[in-house]
Design a protein around this ligand. Sequence first.
Ligand code: GCU
Length: 342
Amino acid sequence: MKHNVFVKSMSFMAAAVMAVTLAGCGDDSSSSSAQSKQLVRISSNQIESHPDVRALKVFEQEVEKKLGDKFDIQIYPNATLGANEKVLELIKQGSVQFLVLSTANIETFDPLYSLFSIPYVFTSEEIYEKYISDPETIKKLNVNEAKNGFSTMVAFTAGTRNFYSIDPIRSVEDMKGKKIRVQASPTNVAMLEALGAAATPMAYGDVYSALQQHVIDGAENAESTLTDMKHGEVCKYFSYDMHQMSPDMLVGSYKFLQTLTPEERKVFDEAAEAARVEEFKLWHEHTKIAIDKAKKELGVEFITVNVDEFREKVLPLHQVIMEKNPVIKPMYEEIVKLQQGN
Ligand code: GCU
């Protein structure tokens, strides 16, 4: 593990050096167009074929189609600029301009985003997708943008999160004592405790080796993580408890966005919306392919569990979270209303 952490921090440093070098190149370049273009870096922790990264290519094309003489968009997948939690700091400083990250990673910066970590706040994927696509939702999430140092442009869907593990989880009883990796968010830790398991928060890129070394017994995510991140090589059981639907946000550096003219900002906003439409289109197809591959090539068993058993254990958390973060109450109530009858 120590070696792994060392390699990781080395690669982060290498990426930082690369970024500085790239910025430097612009100044020394003999080409006048390179000189006048501003480098716009976008970071993602997903692989190149992931819907988020493929959608970012649409963002790049749309911006460069209209403002290609001014901006050079560069996408950095695979967390080459660092883990999301670290890159969010660079976003605030303005040295990285855009980042795609889960709402769970934003929770400690702005409690409003913990709305999406509340287990079973959404039970219908259709309603969830409609809610996160609504520009009004994004506006509400951006109330603290100046203070936060970042603005959410759009939300990408990341499906429904479920537990997957080395030993099977067939009922809530099987959660007992298991060490499960979660994203670093207080709500996730509380959720695992309520289920009788032990939460192990860590960065996305560290999960594979932690599973391989049996430092953890499992993790939780959407199906495509089994194949994208190869977690299905170690975890042969995927249990459909459907505890969360937490989106990936395309956030922009507030500092950077402030430098844009209203016309330029409009181009970036429209490009983000085009990327969102593309991501939603790609997501379901990507998931279907992942399930098929996980079953056939990795031998993963997909388990149907009694969802109510899991839900009952964590429902008292809703009240606790609401009391701790009353700011989320209006949006929480809005979702409950939308879901009535579902
Ligand atoms: C999903 C999500 C990522 C997140 C990851 C995680 O894959 O799309 O944004 O980082 O889960 O569990 O860390």
